[in-house]
Design a protein. Structure first.
Length: 403
């Protein structure tokens, strides 16, 4: 291990708010030299994504390209028998997970001051690169990572192409020191005796902190609903088969990106349905001293937990989702009445499309696309993102996700 293994990676503007299109978001040091790979994934999944989704579905494309994905250099087999868990590895990976060479590399990192001698991480990593605590399996990637100032790293499951085992997410704040990059797997999500870890295992996403959220109802923020109606009414009224001018613009190469400065003050407007959504902060941090359930600056990075208001079940037959079953609640009619009372006939096609997107989620997506889109009844406004309005406030859109 030498100084040449220190490799500052860059995050482009699609995955980080760091200043500049190629600003450095974090530094990473590979102690084990090849246990894991850290790669920037293609937005089109190397050309395998459906063309229609590539051209029109902004959240899908952004999800594919977001962050940096962690891939094992070779497959690992997790065997689970009752309370016992074993890792099966190839001959190439075995010495990287434990043994004399592994021990020497960790000792070298400690000697150089990269890992605190006798500290939490030294004790956990001294013998091998993985350990178990209850239903959680911790797997050290071999990387030590240090975010730049005002950049926090979110470690989560791989976006849009998930690992077969759930990943417990955590945040690495900008504490100014190298921290082991550990992936925590939730063994309670394992349903088979043998499960292979292949391809993407997890994802690290550089985030700019100083993001705050507030929640209000449509009655409390009618101007947001009106902007939604004004912006989308005309677009959706002209939508027809083969003429997709709906929720998202058609994407083109080399679109200009405007960097936002300062914090992001966001508002979630509940446009209908029960009030299940909530503002949250992260409750798991990796620090130079070990894991922590809190952080003195955790309020700097808030997010919204947008929850589904009823369950949906179905099956994928290789060409389409079939036999979709969902309970469409009476809230549909209540939402229609609330919007009509608030905005009158001006709600028009925007409201119909808003409700249709919700109902259609339970009655089948387009043929040939193994994705089911949910349209939560929420509108999001922010000072820093989305099409600008005359007052300076902005409208992002109704939020959505793909499953």
């Amino acid at each position: 291990m030498n100084d040449a293994t220190t490799n500052p990676l860059t995050a482009d503007s699609a995955t980080s708010s760091a200043t500049g299109a190629q600003a450095i978001a974090f530094e990473v040091l590979d102690v084990l030299e090849g246990l894991f790979l850290l790669e920037k994934r293609s937005a089109t999944l190397e050309g395998s994504a459906p063309l229609k989704a590539v051209q029109f579905c902004t959240p899908y494309i952004q999800g594919n390209a977001a962050g940096f994905h962690l891939l094992l250099a070779d497959s690992v087999l997790i065997r689970k028998q009752g309370a016992r868990v074993q890792l099966g590895t190839t001959e190439a990976l075995e010495p990287k997970l434990g043994g004399a060479d592994y021990t020497a590399r960790v000792a070298g990192a400690v000697e150089r001051g990269l890992i605190a001698k006798g500290g939490y991480w030294h004790k956990k990593l001294a013998r091998c690169a993985w350990w178990r605590e209850g239903t959680k399996l911790h797997l050290w990637t071999g990387f030590l990572i240090r975010p730049q100032a005002n950049v926090w790293m979110l470690v989560s499951g791989a976006f849009n192409r998930r690992c077969s085992i759930d990943v417990q997410e955590h945040v690495i704040p900008d504490d100014g020191a190298l921290v082991p990059l550990v992936v925590t797997l939730d063994l309670s999500s394992v349903t088979k005796k043998e499960t292979w870890l292949e391809k993407e295992v997890a994802c690290i996403v550089p985030l700019r902190p100083d993001v705050t959220f507030a929640i209000s109802t449509l009655d409390q923020a009618p101007e947001i609903g009106q902007r939604y109606i004004d912006y989308y009414g005309e677009r959706w009224s002209g939508s027809s088969p083969g003429n997709y001018v709906g929720a998202y613009r058609k994407l083109v190469n080399k679109e200009p990106v405007e960097e936002a400065q300062g914090g992001a003050a966001c508002k979630l407007v509940i446009a209908g349905g029960p009030k299940l959504n909530r503002v949250r902060t992260f409750d798991r941090f990796a620090t130079p001293r070990g894991w922590s359930r809190t952080h003195p600056r955790k309020e700097r990075l808030q997010y919204i937990d947008v929850r589904n208001i009823f369950p949906v079940k179905g099956r994928w037959d290789g060409d389409a989702l079939r036999d979709l079953v969902g309970e469409t609640p009476e809230a549909v009619e209540r939402a229609r009445a609330d919007w009509a009372r608030q905005f009158g006939e001006s709600a028009g096609p925007a409201l119909d499309r808003f409700l249709l997107g919700y109902v259609r989620s339970t009655h089948g997506p387009r043929i040939g696309e193994p994705y089911m889109a949910f349209t939560p009844w929420c509108l999001v406004s922010s000072r820093l993102d989305g099409p600008a309005s005359p007052t300076g406030s902005t409208l992002i859109a109704s939020t959505g996700c793909a499953a």
